[in-house]
Design a binder for this molecule. Structure first.
Ligand SMILES: [Zn+2]
Length: 273
């Protein structure tokens, strides 16, 4: 019989909790007998396996690192994937050991970016079967973003400027390539265009608005009208558009399962640390 908790938990009062006002807990559904398959379960129709290297910012023989398809609220959100179709618990010792090295390396690379205070590392795995580790950069000084709700804030905050985002991607890719592999994200090319070429550049300017990117917000240096300077990188669109942690980690049957992957991560209590 469904049970409805009478009061909201203490974390709704934490400064890091992104919502306020009247909140009530959803009805807790009965567990299902058999869980549905995740995306790419058994390597069938696996988005990660089907994605070309060009959809990533850095690749090596056994690992690949990808970004969202557009800037989000946090300074950097990256996903580390094994090249082989494996889940975390399936990794052979070699890959398991390398995962540790890659995790530390990527954390360091992202933490070296301007304005990044901390890098959260998460693995949920409820959405897609192919191993994917999340790296979420928490902006320096934003104490309200500390802790487990960071992935929610990523979708709430206004997107960071695209120019800055692409510069950051290129820096991380270059950092990783210092140790091997191949960087695929290039820094944005500043197009020092003559005024007569602005019209041509403007033709492609519709992209930014259709993708919901804010127009040239805070961008500096060489901005052509419509922000088309940001189109100068080599990052290909991923096989499946990914815009936020919440969107990608949400299981297909989220509504039916009633699960919230974020809520299962209880590894820190920001106000009680
Ligand atoms: Zn796969």
């Amino acid at each position: 019989m469904p049970h409805t908790p009478s009061s909201v938990p203490e974390f709704t009062k934490w400064p890091s909790f992104p919502f306020e006002g009247d909140i009530r807990v959803k009805q807790i559904e009965d567990p299902v007998e058999v869980e549905p398959s995740r995306k790419g379960e058994g390597s069938a129709d696996c988005v990660a396996c089907a994605a070309p290297d060009e959809a990533y910012i850095w690749v090596s023989d056994r690992w690949r690192v990808r970004a969202m398809d557009q800037p989000s609220g946090l300074p950097m959100v990256l996903i580390l994937e094994s090249r082989s179709h494996l889940d975390l618990g399936d990794l052979p010792n070699l890959l398991a050991a390398e995962l540790g090295v890659m995790t530390v390396r990527l954390e360091r690379a992202i933490r070296s970016l301007d304005g990044v205070a901390r890098v959260h590392v998460n693995r949920w795995g409820d959405g897609s079967a192919h191993l994917h580790m999340w790296f979420l950069a928490r902006p320096y000084g934003r104490l309200q973003l500390r802790g487990t709700f960071l992935s929610l804030w990523d979708a709430i905050l206004p997107p960071i400027p695209e120019m800055q985002w692409r510069e950051n991607l290129a820096l991380v890719a270059a950092w990783l390539a210092e140790f091997g592999g191949r960087p695929l994200a290039e820094p944005p090319h500043i197009q020092w265009q003559a005024p007569s070429s602005f019209a041509a550049a403007g033709d492609s300017a519709g992209d930014d608005t259709t993708r919901g990117t804010r127009p040239a917000d805070g961008d500096t240096g060489g901005s052509a009208p419509g922000g088309s300077e940001a189109s100068g990188t080599s990052i290909a669109a991923p096989a499946e558009p990914i815009s936020s942690v919440a969107a990608l980690e949400e299981p297909d049957d989220e509504a039916a399962a009633g699960g919230n992957p974020v809520a299962t991560d209880t590894d820190s209590a920001p106000t009680k640390a």
